[in-house]
Design a protein around this ligand. Structure first.
Ligand code: ATP
Length: 360
């Protein structure tokens, strides 16, 4: 079922708008406090907006105007399943009974609800553990059971709130694999911090920040050409926003910094068309393309900016040097040669050919 949601919650300074097509999986990305959980709670009927509407297919689930409720379907009658970080299984029921609970509540006979639970146990690879209590299985297994229990209710919309967050990293691949398999025919909204969830599970990502949608699009497009600071961070790219300047042959940021690069053009080739002056654009480049120098770099067409080092942190085999919003990944040897430390004044340098420029 397609979802359309619009919600204004002035007490949280939140205005959220989201549309999800039938069968689509959308990942909600954003920093803490961006509004991801609020959006899921509004969709699930756990939170009433001051103004807003939630429709699933042709059915209105929530309709509130200036605090006055016009339509309100309670959570249990929405055919919406919400799966939280904590699997919240019924502790006094067996794993199998937990899964059979939804079909039973919908009026299925004990026999057919049990058969449905057995199919799910098989599908999640836990056929041997059906008679155990939730306290006698692992956290990763419990989360699989929670997925099965949610889907056994045949929801028209599935909401996942950071489903991997409480799990050990070694069990997340198995759960992600299961989700990828079972989510394909569902309409799903998944709130996550994790770029892998977005890449492996979602058709589209919606980036929230400060209670608003700041960016959205197909997952690959957003991660390869991010426009918001958060999407750039999870895509592992530096971005600088500015406007095209003919005279600089690059973009000029509000801070006065000029970034030279290759303007994106769809055709490619010799007759590339330069952007019009003043066009808002983003410059993106990888931290591994950035070098750190004690003085201004010269030589091949380069960008070179004076910065102050804020932090140094390990990043794989390299060291990530952060300077404000910009990062450079350099070798530990280079850090030692430069005797780098936070507070140092250095120059960051990146070749223009390493910088991708595209419309903001
Ligand atoms: N129970 C609450 N009462 C009042 N304000 C709240 C409540 N929960 C969240 N907020 C506020 O609503 C805004 C959105 O928060 P929300 O929890 O939806 O963000 P989030 O993206 O889910 O963050 P996180 O990743 O930390 O869970 C924030 O400004 C937050 O402080």
């Amino acid at each position: 079922m397609s979802l359309a949601l619009s919600a204004h919650l002035p007490d949280r300074d939140v205005q959220l708008d989201l549309e999800v097509a039938d069968g689509e999986t959308v990942a909600l990305l954003g920093p803490n406090g961006a509004g991801k959980s609020t959006l899921l709670a509004v969709a699930a009927g756990l939170l009433r907006p001051h103004d807003g509407r939630v429709t699933l297919g042709a059915r209105t689930l929530t309709h509130v105007e200036a605090g006055r409720t016009r339509t309100w379907v309670p959570p249990h009658a929405r055919q919406v399943a919400l799966l939280a970080q904590d699997p919240l299984l019924f502790p006094h029921l067996s794993v199998r009974q937990n899964i059979a609970f939804g079909p039973r509540a919908r009026g299925a006979s004990q026999l057919s609800a049990g058969a449905e639970a057995d199919r799910w146990l098989d599908r999640i690879g836990l056929a041997d553990l059906g008679e155990r209590r939730p306290s006698a299985i692992s956290g990763g297994q419990a989360q699989r059971v929670a997925v099965a229990r949610a889907l056994a209710t045949e929801p028209r919309l599935l909401l996942l709130d950071e489903p991997m967050a409480a799990l050990d990293v070694d069990v997340t691949p198995a759960l992600r694999h299961l989700l990828r398999e079972v989510l394909s025919e569902q309409t799903v909204v998944i709130a996550t911090h994790d770029v892998l969830d977005a890449l492996l599970l979602a058709d589209r990502v919606v980036v929230l920040d400060g209670g608003r949608v700041v960016e959205q699009g197909p997952t690959r497009e957003v991660l390869s050409r991010p426009r918001s600071a958060f999407a750039a961070r999870i895509a592992g790219l530096n971005i600088v926003a500015g406007t095209w300047s003919d005279e600089d042959g690059g973009i000029r940021a509000a801070t006065g910094v000029v970034v030279h690069g290759l303007p994106h053009d769809d055709g490619g080739g010799a007759d590339r068309v330069l952007p019009t002056a003043g066009t808002p654009m983003i410059a993106a480049f990888r931290p591994t393309a950035v070098s750190v120098f004690p003085a201004r770099a010269t030589g091949s067409p380069r960008n070179s900016w004076p910065v102050t080092v804020t932090t140094l942190e390990p990043h794989g085999d390299l060291v990530r040097v952060r300077a404000g919003n910009l990062s450079a990944d350099i070798t530990p040897q280079a850090v030692a040669d430069l005797a780098l430390a936070p507070g140092d004044s250095v120059w960051l340098s990146v070749k223009a050919t390493e910088v991708d420029l595209y419309p903001a």
